[in-house]
Design a protein around this ligand. Structure first.
Ligand code: ZN
Length: 395
């Protein structure tokens, strides 16, 4: 391994023509990509790249949650990978670009590595160790090697962090919405491993504070345009929840699938009173929910249990598209698949208190049913035949 030549520029100063600044920004863009990848993985978005002689040596992204490792900061990951790549624990001649001001741990590691230079984006008023809370790089007894430059693309780096924490707070608020006194809510942990409805709605007056869970697959989010694709409402049976339709969205591209967990089922709140579970009340909840989503005309794919509810919705003018009842033969399951389905159908009901809806709909002891991938494929084909080549949307 050849000795590494230190960079000529070690003071952190920039030349008057601004060229080094452009170079810094160019690398910071790559560090931002790493930060976004961290955010996508649910980690606080911080990213880093290690550079020597104008070449990228290593990258790192924040990952303490996934790795169960408090030291898995972006800088540590980049320093470790860089040491491996260069075959040397000393990183003379290297510059580390990181989107957030390093903490004391990472600053210490950089000093141990004799890094030439660290360039960061946003300052960290809570744990920053490059000037914000303390300045390890400014302690003469510790540092003879590493120059510091802060504020490079600081706004972009800071905005990414702010967006992340704003999103997380909104999620926490949604999770923290209190349960009504006369209802129960199934702990999220019961649903780990099951794909299904995960958006929540509590606004329609009929709900009176109860929370309806639903999946909105194929929603065109946030661009303000009206989604003109045909909407298909999928209603699970009296012993199931939205998990029944997990295979369907991929099989019906060009459609917007709305899959609620009916109140009392799945992730939706579970009123303790059986008497609440009339068809009329459920129909009214669904009508108000669809109206609140701004949806006027829907087709319907339903479990045979829900035919009466579907008649009520049709009577209210909610169902204007085709209606397809899942053939009973498509719901039959055996063997290992039946065990999986049984686990999924039991998930929302940790104890008898949660089972009022099952009692009200006489669904406590049912043979296990499910819609396999094959059965879902056949169902999707039937739906498309029913709809006709032009679809049914008159929007
Ligand atoms: Zn750190």
């Amino acid at each position: 391994m050849p000795m590494v030549e230190p960079l000529s520029q070690t003071s952190g100063g920039l030349s008057a023509d601004g060229a080094p600044q452009d170079e810094d920004a160019r690398w910071m863009v790559l560090a931002l990509d790493e930060a976004r990848a961290a955010a996508a993985a649910g980690e606080v978005p911080v990213g880093a790249v290690l550079v020597r002689d104008g070449r990228m040596v290593a990258t790192g992204r924040n990952a303490p949650v996934a790795t169960h490792d408090p030291s898995a900061h972006a800088e540590m990951a980049a320093l470790r990978a860089g040491g491996q790549a260069l075959g040397n624990y000393r990183l003379d001649g290297c510059t580390l670009y990181v989107t957030l001001e390093p903490c004391a741990m990472c600053a210490g590691a950089m000093l141990h590595a004799r890094l030439d230079r660290v360039v960061f984006g946003a300052a960290d008023a809570r744990t920053g160790a490059a000037g914000s809370v303390l300045d390890l790089f400014g302690v003469g007894q510790l540092n003879h090697h590493t120059a510091v430059q802060g504020g490079v693309m600081g706004e972009e780096c800071g905005a990414l962090l702010q967006d992340f924490f704003r999103g997380r707070r909104a999620q926490a608020r949604a999770q923290a919405q209190p349960v009504r006194d006369d209802a129960l809510r199934t702990p999220e942990a019961r649903f780990v491993g099951f794909d299904g409805p995960h958006a929540f709605f509590s606004k329609p007056p009929a709900l009176g504070g109860l929370r309806l869970a639903y999946a909105d697959r194929g929603d065109v989010a946030g661009d303000g345009r009206q989604d003109r694709r045909p909407v298909v409402l999928c209603l699970h049976g009296a012993a199931q929840w939205g998990y029944l339709f997990r295979h369907l969205p991929d099989l019906l591209p060009g459609h917007r699938l709305l899959v609620p967990d009916l109140i009392g089922f799945g992730r939706s709140d579970k009123p303790k009173k059986e008497a609440l579970h009339t068809r009329e009340w459920h129909a009214e909840v669904l009508r108000q929910w669809l109206a609140a989503l701004g949806i006027g005309e829907v087709g319907l794919i339903l479990h045979p249990d829900m035919s009466g509810l579907a008649d009520l919705l049709a009577g209210q003018g909610v169902i204007a598209g085709p209606r397809l009842v899942i053939p009973p033969a498509a719901l039959v399951v055996r063997g290992a698949a039946a065990e999986d389905a049984a686990r999924a159908w039991a998930a929302p009901f940790p104890d008898k208190g949660h089972e009022a809806a099952l009692r009200a709909w006489s669904a406590r002891r049912r043979p296990v049913q499910d819609l396999s991938a094959d059965a879902a494929r056949a169902l999707a084909a039937r739906w498309q035949a029913l709809e006709g080549p032009m679809g049914y949307s008159r929007g």
